[in-house]
Design a protein around this ligand. Structure first.
Ligand SMILES: NC(=O)c1ccc[n+]([C@@H]2O[C@H](COP(=O)([O-])OP(=O)(O)OC[C@H]3O[C@@H](n4cnc5c(N)ncnc54)[C@H](OP(=O)(O)O)[C@@H]3O)[C@@H](O)[C@H]2O)c1
Length: 178
């Protein structure tokens, strides 16, 4: 039997919860780019069709899956899927142990209910409006790592990298609930 890959959302999020103003990512943070590239190198990725088109030409040794409702969309690289469940099945069949959801907002929203792990870059910036990242309910997630960086000559904003693991609900006692 093929087991389901770990489903990880990887995103850079402003302090007020947005990933974009609606016209691309609004900050220039080489440290975050390097972090994203290092983690996703050679991995199975799930991207909303809009984000995929913004990232055209970026894919090298990755396995991109493109989330779209169009059955006739032909991506220059990778293959299309019509749901997160299908993406997990395709990635599992390809031998993936982890599937990284790389945005954008609609793709994160579709994947959040099934997510096991979040890798977030928290950017010290207020956007006010734009494309939101789904709410992270602190009762459901445990922060397992955090690494802080101050603003500097090449980073206008301070940021921190954080990883969160979903807290599993306690197993039912044998015989089910009382
Ligand atoms: N800060 C970050 O970490 C980060 C990361 C990635 C992207 N972004 C930003 O996010 C923005 C784009 O986000 P977005 O929400 O507009 O678009 P998106 O999630 O990238 O793509 C939306 C498209 O995905 C498909 N889709 C969405 N939900 C679906 C579902 N449940 N089933 C099947 N297909 C589905 C649809 O494609 P079709 O129309 O083809 O059917 C939809 O138009 C950009 O500004 C980008 O720069 C930020």
């Amino acid at each position: 039997m093929t087991s389901r890959p770990v489903l990880t959302l990887i995103a850079a999020v402003s302090a007020d919860g947005f990933i974009s103003t609606g016209t691309g990512v609004p900050w220039h943070l080489p440290r975050d780019k390097e972090h994203f590239r290092r983690i996703t190198r050679g991995q199975w990725l799930l991207l909303g069709r809009r984000t995929y088109e913004e990232m055209t030409g970026w894919f090298e040794d990755h396995h991109p899956l493109i989330l779209t409702r169009s059955p006739v969309y032909v991506p220059p690289a990778g293959e299309i899927v019509s749901s997160v469940a299908e993406a997990l099945m395709v990635a599992a069949a390809g031998g993936a142990r982890e599937l990284f959801v790389c945005g954008g907002g609609e793709a994160y929203a579709a994947a959040m209910p099934s997510a096991d792990r979040l890798i977030l870059t928290h950017v010290d910036s207020l956007l006010g409006s734009g494309v939101p990242f789904p709410t992270v309910n602190s009762a459901e997630w445990l922060q397992t790592s955090r690494q802080d960086f101050q603003a500097d000559s090449t980073h206008a904003q301070a940021l921190y990298f954080a990883t969160y693991e979903r807290l599993k609900p306690p197993a039912q006692p044998p015989g089910g609930a009382l």
